[in-house]
Design a protein around this ligand. Structure first.
Ligand code: PNS
Length: 160
């Protein structure tokens, strides 16, 4: 079965990576879809985010990277994807994820599979990583090398 791991991935963290890698062992094909969020500003462009994900996941043959601007279920319909895979970190994720899963299923019949995040990543988020990096904190244990380099560059005033 082909599944999608959707997200903003601004930027991808080891928490995302853990879910994507484990999904790639459970399903035939995993599409990592960078969703353009029209209500949220972003640090990295969609192309930059896709490049960092591609670089990080290049060893896994059944994973590919794509992007989409619009509803996730429309993307799934267009690409013949029957299921969504999401990571759940804590109860705080659950309310909104449940709502989205139920609405997506009612609108389209597309199922959502939830995977429990590894406990060591349960507090990790792209937003916290960006905040840490903004104030000069060490993010190297939370993000892949390519992302670490990109964050340092962006924080030191590197251009988009
Ligand atoms: O990494 P994020 O920001 O937590 O990912 C959330 C995302 C992008 C997966 C979610 O907001 C999404 O699916 N957005 C696309 C628009 C859509 O389909 N919204 C859900 C309507 S029920």
């Amino acid at each position: 079965m082909r599944v999608v791991c959707p997200g903003s991935f601004d930027p991808i963290t080891y928490g995302h990576l853990d879910i994507i890698e484990r999904a790639s062992e459970q399903f035939d094909e995993v599409v990592v879809a960078v969703l353009v969020n029209r209500t949220k500003g972003s640090l990295f462009t969609v192309d930059e985010r896709m490049a960092m994900i591609g670089e990080t996941l290049k060893g896994i043959s059944n994973v590919r990277v794509d992007s989409w601007s619009g509803l996730l279920i429309d993307y799934c319909k267009e690409r013949d994807i029957r299921a969504i895979v999401k990571g759940l970190r804590a109860v705080s994720d659950f309310d909104y994820e449940l709502q989205m899963a139920q609405m997506n299923r009612q609108l389209s019949g597309i199922e959502t599979h939830f995977m429990a995040t590894r406990p060591e990543y349960s507090f990790l988020s792209s937003s916290l990583v960006k905040e840490l990096a903004t104030y000069g904190g060490d993010v190297s244990t939370y993000v892949p090398e390519a992302v670490h380099v990109a964050l340092l560059e962006r924080m030191s005033g590197g251009t988009r």
